[in-house]
Write a protein that binds this ligand. Structure first.
Ligand SMILES: NC(=O)c1ccc[n+]([C@@H]2O[C@H](COP(=O)([O-])OP(=O)(O)OC[C@H]3O[C@@H](n4cnc5c(N)ncnc54)[C@H](OP(=O)(O)O)[C@@H]3O)[C@@H](O)[C@H]2O)c1
Length: 272
């Protein structure tokens, strides 16, 4: 996965979860670099406003409101994209959310099922829907936005981590399945990003434990990493770079991490 690709004027990129945060920033950057961008998410007004804005700064952008937990929405959106543009060069599988609480406090359906449905199943369905077109083209690039939680599982992230570990496994297996057709598959593993994510995640902390400001990424930081991947496909991107050390530590010394997490986070949160 080494060759450098020039951005082109008529390539088509689908971005899911384009109504805010990382997806919105990635869509903006791709449009600025000449991509025709297809915007998917549920909030129609936001998508339409963004599509209008992008059509002014770049090529045509298309808003397709869709709920990623619904197979028919996904199939309809991909069909509309192919009908309109006749090709799909890049899929940024970004839509997702967190419900970050202790397992026994999560609702089995509205939290657990809903999260897995969007973060994992929706991403898989989206990928499956674009694949026939990419195989016909003998090219394409699927970029899956996972999370540091796809490498390091922490308390209150159990279901979110399950979804992102799932995304990582899916990404790695798919890369090995479709490479023969000239299709690239990449995983993106960001740490904390300042977006609407936390607002929807329902986090309640006595300790106030959170990603320190100096480690926090902006949506634009992640969008730039996505665009660099589009230009130069790689297996994965982990960001910010100190996260490589965190992954190494978690892999080499899991018992120490278990102990530290219990003493520094779980006991103060649950027993005091
Ligand atoms: N923020 C972080 O700290 C962080 C860190 C690592 C990874 N990530 C991952 O990055 C991705 C983007 O998150 P973000 O931080 O940019 O959060 P965000 O600003 O809340 O954006 C989430 C996007 O997902 C869309 N979405 C949620 N449920 C959907 C559904 N059922 N159908 C269609 N679209 C849906 C939302 O659109 P609608 O509500 O309009 O549908 C929105 O556009 C997620 O996969 C997240 O897990 C985030």
């Amino acid at each position: 996965m080494a060759q450098m690709k020039e951005s082109s004027n008529h390539e088509v990129a689908i971005v899911t979860g384009a109504s805010s945060g990382i997806g919105e920033a990635a869509a903006r950057l791709l449009a600025r670099h000449g991509y025709r961008v297809v915007l998917m998410a549920r909030r129609k007004e936001r998508l339409e406003a963004l599509a209008q804005e992008l059509s002014v700064i770049g090529e045509q952008a298309l808003a397709i409101p869709a709920d990623l937990s619904k197979l028919e929405d996904i199939q309809h959106a991909v069909a509309e994209c192919i009908e309109r543009f006749g090709r799909i060069d890049v899929l940024v599988n970004n839509a997702g959310f967190g419900r970050l609480s202790w397992l026994e406090q999560l609702d089995p359906v509205t939290d657990i099922q809903a999260l897995l449905q969007v973060n994992l199943l929706g991403l898989i369905w989206m990928t499956q829907a674009v694949l026939p077109q990419m195989i016909r083209q003998r090219r394409g690039h699927i970029i899956n936005i996972a999370s540091m939680a796809g490498y390091i599982a922490t308390p209150t992230y159990s279901i979110y981590a399950a979804s992102k570990f799932g995304v990582r496994g899916f990404t790695d297996a798919l890369r090995r399945e479709v490479g023969v057709f000239g299709i690239k598959v990449s995983g993106v593993y960001p740490g904390g990003v300042a977006t609407e994510f936390n607002h929807h995640a329902g986090i309640q902390r006595k300790t106030g434990a959170t990603t320190p400001e100096w480690l926090k990424l902006s949506a634009e930081d992640v969008a730039e990493a996505i665009y660099r991947l589009v230009r130069q496909p790689r297996r994965q991107v982990i960001l910010p770079w100190p996260m490589y050390f965190a992954i190494g530590l978690n892999t080499l010394l899991p018992g120490v991490i278990d102990f530290a997490v219990q003493k520094l986070f779980v006991e103060p949160e649950r027993l005091k």
